[in-house]
Design a protein around this ligand. Structure first.
Ligand code: GDP
Ligand code: IMO
Ligand code: MG
Length: 428
């Protein structure tokens, strides 16, 4: 009954999609457990390049079941659009299932996300604008509409009309914005119900059955540990639990079934949206790295903030998740640099701080303490054997392993599935 989790080790966009597509061929099922279409996972393989927002990143493998679990918030328009797009490209989506317990991102959630961000002004989080936060708020306040509710044609009209009436009081009363038409929202829900029905089921039972049958289940993390609602740089976080705890509650599995937890880390750091980032490279150096790495968001197209690898945050991420190994991606982006830096500690007012702080204003004041290592001029791009790595590149990887506290099982040297160095088996 082995489940293996692939978790974002940093602030998201570490290359989880690439890693999941690579590993999914050895698995029976790939399962999303948290977040929604704020995620943008890129997969590049012999079928082409795919940007996936809700559909699990193992979809290109025939025979792999894709599951969207109860912990995910689902925008049905996005999901249905994504399914259509995949089908047009000849990808089989018949083995894709959605939990009846997953919450629906309603049109008013998207509007409220925008209105709340405007109201935050200079303190805006820089959300993806997809209604993620407001949808999770309704889940927790027990006012949400779940995928299963869409199929309950008898009770749906009253539920939706009541929800829209409640939200209109906030939309108009608090924000002075245009109220929504309850009947129009209801009509959209009814249309979604028809289209989604064949794919809706009790996915927690399905996942448990797969595990009982000894099938290999890959748990697909979205976002990253430093964006976790509890463990991230609050309030500049998302509204779900991307870390390992989210996989347990977001699917209804027991922790004993999880045999491996891999943290995916970029060989440097990026972050989209607001909030502190101690190793951020500003000015020309940052611009150069961003352009070289083409660091622009998969979901929103926004420029990603870039910086050196932060091993203080990396160690913290390992502690939160209990990584059994890591995947280091985008090593190739650092090819050709004279030197590379790793943040090995934080300093605040001249004193060293031992760990990643909970307090965001403190994190903002953290000055990174850097260790500088020689760069490498020979390319790592597309390398597939660890022996072919330049010695200085391997030394850099080894130092990151040491500081984070776990070994690299995979090194990724390019976006494509085959640009991968397998050091140790993740799926056993
Ligand atoms: P995710 O959200 O964690 O799945 O990551 P994204 O897909 O948002 O962003 C990662 C980007 O890096 C995508 O454009 C990938 O195609 C690309 N990528 C993944 N691994 C590598 C790698 O090892 N080298 C390079 N150059 N690109 C990579
Ligand atoms: P993947 O799965 C990077 C960030 C947003 C914003 C904050 C809150 O592709 O790694 P939200 O819309 O979730 O309320 O926004 O979280 N964010 C991500 N950043 N990658 C992601 O997903 C992200 N999902 C959310 O930029 O700062
Ligand atoms: Mg992404």
């Amino acid at each position: 009954m082995p489940a293996y989790a692939v978790i974002g080790g940093q602030w998201g966009d570490e290359g989880k999609g690439k890693v999941i597509d690579y590993l999914a061929g050895q698995c029976d099922s790939v399962v999303r457990y948290a977040g929604g279409n704020n995620a943008g996972h890129t997969v590049v393989n012999e079928r082409g390049e795919f940007q996936l927002h809700l559909v699990p990143s193992g979809i290109c493998w025939p025979g792999v079941t894709g599951i969207i679990g109860n912990g995910v918030v689902v925008n049905p328009d996005v999901l249905l659009g994504e399914i259509d797009g995949l089908q047009e490209r000849g990808i089989d989506t018949s083995r894709l299932f959605v939990s009846d317990r997953a919450h629906v991102i309603m049109p008013y959630h998207i509007l409220l996300d925008e209105l709340q961000e405007q109201a935050r002004g200079r303190g805006a989080i820089g959300t993806t604008g997809q209604g993620i936060g407001p949808a999770y708020v309704d889940k927790v306040s027990r006012d949400g509409i779940r995928v299963g509710d869409l199929l309950d044609s008898k009770h749906l009209p009253e539920k939706v009309r009541n929800a829209v009436a409640m939200k209109n009081r906030i939309i108009a009363g608090v924000y002075g914005s245009e109220p929504m038409d309850g009947d129009q929202v209801l009509a959209r829900c009814q249309a979604w119900a028809k289209q989604l029905e064949p794919q809706v089921c009790a996915t927690e039972q399905m996942v448990q059955d797969l595990l009982d049958q000894g099938k290999r289940v890959l748990l697909e993390g979205a976002q990253g540990t430093l964006l976790d609602i509890d463990h991230g740089s609050y309030p500049y976080v998302t509204s779900s639990s991307p870390s390992i705890g989210g996989a347990v509650t977001g699917l209804g599995i027991n922790p004993q079934s999880i045999k491996g937890v891999v943290g995916v880390f970029k060989a440097y750091s990026t972050r989209v949206g607001g909030g502190p980032m101690p190793t951020e490279m500003l000015g020309q150096a940052g611009d150069e790295l961003r352009e070289k790495a083409h660091e622009y968001g998969t979901t929103t197209g926004r420029a990603r903030r870039v910086g050196w690898f932060d091993a203080v945050a990396g160690k913290y991420s390992r502690q939160v998740n209990g990584y059994t190994g890591m995947v280091l991606t985008r090593l190739d982006i650092l090819d050709g640099m004279d030197e590379v830096k790793i943040c090995v500690g934080y300093q605040v007012d001249g004193a060293e701080l031992g760990r990643f702080p909970a307090n965001t204003t403190l994190l903002e004041r953290c000055e990174p303490i850097y260790e500088t290592m020689p760069g490498w001029q020979e390319p790592t791009a597309s390398v597939t054997e660890v022996e072919q790595l330049p010695a200085d590149a391997l030394a850099y990887v080894r130092r990151i392993e040491e500081l984070v506290g776990c070994e690299a099982q995979i090194i990724s040297t390019g976006p494509s599935r085959d640009e991968t160095i397998a050091i140790d088996r993740v799926i056993r």
